[in-house]
Design a binder for this molecule. Structure first.
Ligand code: FES
Length: 174
């Protein structure tokens, strides 16, 4: 019978090397304090894992982004990529378009850097997408209430993304 560390190695083999590398060396871990910082906490509805996102947005530009998470390797890697890809970008540009088109674009910005995600873990990256949308909601709530409706409509679509891969057994992947 395999011991605990041997089992962990077996589980890691099921993840793309890019995910393992990002999860072991994540970027932008921590909190941001001060003015123009928008915060959200996401509890993944499938597994209960938590992601906190802090984004500093000034004049529409994402000046900084950091995260903390109590989540799996895929969630750590996803949040690391999200914070990297939104930094320096205009929030309007990130949200250009309509409905699923926007969610797919943000999701793809993350997923294309993660490689193949096991089915059991498809519910993990949506937490980073939702965190970004919740932060955008907070930002527009302060700066431009006319844009809130668009974000609310996007948030209504997010639950279906968490359901991707649902039902696959969790125990084989970290
Ligand atoms: Fe819970 Fe990935 S965040 S299993």
């Amino acid at each position: 019978m395999k011991n605990k560390s041997e089992m962990a190695k077996v589980k890691l083999y099921l993840l793309d090397e890019r995910i393992i590398e990002l999860a072991q060396n994540p970027k932008n871990v921590g909190k941001i304090e001060g003015e123009n910082v928008y915060y959200t906490r996401i509890v993944n509805p499938i597994c209960g894992d938590i992601t906190d996102l802090y984004v500093k947005i000034k004049n529409g530009i994402v000046e900084d982004a950091k995260f903390l998470t109590f989540g799996c390797f895929v969630t750590i890697a996803s949040a690391s990529v999200l914070t990297e890809v939104i930094k320096g970008r205009n929030i309007e540009e990130l949200l250009v378009g309509e409905g699923e088109e926007i969610i797919e674009r943000i999701k793809n910005l993350i997923n294309e850097q993660l490689g193949k995600i096991p089915k059991q873990k498809l519910h993990c990256p949506p937490a980073s997408v939702e965190a970004f949308l919740r932060v955008a909601e907070n930002y527009y709530n302060k700066e431009d209430k006319g844009k809130i409706k668009k974000i609310e409509n996007l948030l209504k679509i997010i639950p279906s993304y968490y359901k991707e891969g649902r039902g696959e057994k969790e125990e084989n992947v970290l």
